[in-house]
Design a protein around this ligand. Structure first.
Ligand SMILES: [Zn+2]
Length: 242
């Protein structure tokens, strides 16, 4: 996820692992000898790593690693590097303290594979929502977030409350609108976007390539607004485009 020089010889790495989640480790002599770890230390690569963690040590030591997938479509492509950086930045902020770290790992691998295959915007949009959901912040899209009543596609009013993190039924909408909410905390959301978001969240969406063209512009705007207003997250890696 991250890599920087440590002293003259070593490299300091942040890894995402299947069993330990986010892991800080040092690769000894990685700056001196390129051969020692081969191409394994490039950002956004999947590797099988042997790591030593000593008792009471905050950081671990990378002993050896074998490259499994370099996601070659990312390396050397500036736009794909931006997408990958933004996704990894989000994982870095969300995985901490989470229990299901293996799911974060598998989700991230699917994401990087999709970016490498050229599905940048689509993959990043889906990934943002799925990672947010994995971290326990799934938007409530099927029931009213206040009264719990199931919402239907036939209802005329469809408001989403970013503050509460879910849809409002028409009755609760009517009660809450006169309260002069701060601007931006409520948004109207179309049935089309709501249903697309539910598809993105579906359990069986493991390869983002299959979902090409699911993430409409409205979905992208909604997910960015949800990250910002509900969680206070604006990804640095994407600059002003969010
Ligand atoms: Zn309600």
């Amino acid at each position: 996820m991250r890599s920087r020089p440590a002293g003259v010889l070593d490299k300091s790495l942040t890894l995402l692992s299947t069993d330990l989640g986010r892991l800080f480790c040092v690769a000894k002599s990685a700056q001196k000898s390129m051969r020692r770890f081969g191409g394994c230390l490039n950002l956004f690569s999947e590797v099988e790593a042997e790591i030593t963690i000593k008792k009471n040590m905050e950081s671990a030591r990378l002993e050896s690693c074998v490259l499994i997938d370099s996601f070659s479509g990312i390396q050397g492509c500036l736009e794909n590097l931006r997408f990958a950086s933004a996704g990894v930045e989000l994982v870095d902020r969300m995985v901490y303290g989470s229990e299901n770290v293996d799911l974060f790992f598998h989700e991230t691998r699917s994401f990087l594979k999709s970016i490498s295959s050229g599905f940048g915007t689509e993959a990043l949009t889906c990934f943002k929502l799925r990672i947010t959901s994995l971290a326990g912040f799934q938007p409530e899209l099927e029931h009213c977030v206040i009264c719990g009543r199931e919402t239907t596609d036939r209802e005329f009013t469809r408001l989403f409350d970013f503050n509460k993190g879910g849809l409002l039924c028409p009755i609760c909408s009517n009660e809450i609108i006169p309260l002069n909410y701060p601007s931006g905390e409520l948004t109207s959301i179309s049935n089309d976007a709501k249903n697309r978001l539910l598809v993105i969240l579906a359990d069986d969406l493991t390869v983002y390539n299959d979902s090409k063209n699911i993430a409409s512009q409205e979905c992208q705007d909604f997910i960015n607004a949800f990250l910002l207003l509900k969680l206070g997250i604006k990804l640095r890696s994407l600059g002003s485009s969010g």
